[in-house]
Design a protein. Structure first.
Lengths: 144, 144
DNA sequence: TCTTGACCCTGTAGTTACTACAGAGTGTAG
DNA sequence: CTACACTCTGTAGTAACTACAGGGTCAAGA
């Protein structure tokens, strides 16, 4: 398999394959006489593994460790387990943040009734929070 | 106010203030004789506006447009409204993605019963999806 | 045989929103 | 006078790719 064939199988770009090699996730495959990379089906599996882990939000260095662990069958499962649990907690935190953000944004959007900027509720909401009113958002020193 | 005073008021770093100036969000303030930046309270309001918008997930170019709109009181509110609605949709999409991700990850984590890597359910789950079994994750060409 | 087009290679620069210096100058307290 | 804390500019680093530039290779068609 050539680089682009491997890439297609996993649904990534050829550049990404090269990037993963440089990043130490994919091993340098043998080359043809003309220096083209030559991949085996097993490489496609490894690449799919990487993609699945990435889609679950694991970062590259975590994926690297997972691959190392999976290459090392005798090892204890707890490292991997710990990484997954940490990732879960991180995702749950992000989820909570995003939920809060969504409700704030929804309330922001619901307040807009059209009309002029000067009475825009969205701008007002973003400007409020300090004691100042919207009339002086560092105006008076225009820059253009 | 000096740069770091302004920064403290909005809870950002001094470098971030400079960065926002370079990015065209904060206007270059007047300088002292020795070339130090001299901010007014209104600049703090503008910076807070930026921070609030950023915390709601708006990107810098959107924030720039919002500031431009808010500097231009006569303008119609619909541009801002549109930006906020688009942002809401984006956040809702991310929220949905993250929810799906969380449940996948939760099921992954719940399957781990400890033990050796060779029978790790987490690795298995990441490796599955193609027809291949976990025994051949591009092994056989170790690289170290 | 020559050419065209589609690949492949390496290496570098761009993206976002900052953060972290390096190397220089300034201001003030002891 | 000196130490220390600040300021300035400019550049390089972060994550995970993406997008070239400038070269080489290969197979099919004229």
């Amino acid at each position: 398999m050539r680089t682009s064939d491997l890439a297609k199988r996993a649904g990534v770009r050829a550049e990404t394959v090269l990037f993963y090699e440089k990043a130490g996730l994919l091993r340098p495959p043998p080359r043809t006489e003309s220096n083209y990379r030559c991949y085996q089906p097993a490489d496609a599996d490894r690449l799919s593994f990487i993609r699945r882990a990435r889609e679950l939000g694991f970062d590259l260095s975590t994926v690297r460790q997972m691959l190392a662990a999976s290459d090392n069958n005798g090892q204890d499962c707890s490292t991997i387990d710990k990484m997954a649990r940490e990732q879960l907690i991180e995702i749950q935190q992000k989820l909570a943040d995003l939920k809060a953000l969504e409700s704030q944004l929804r309330s922001l959007v619901s307040q807009c009734a059209g009309g002029m900027i000067s009475e825009c509720r969205i701008i007002e909401a973003l400007a409020s929070g300090t004691q100042s009113t919207r009339s002086d958002l560092a105006e008076g020193r225009p820059n253009s």
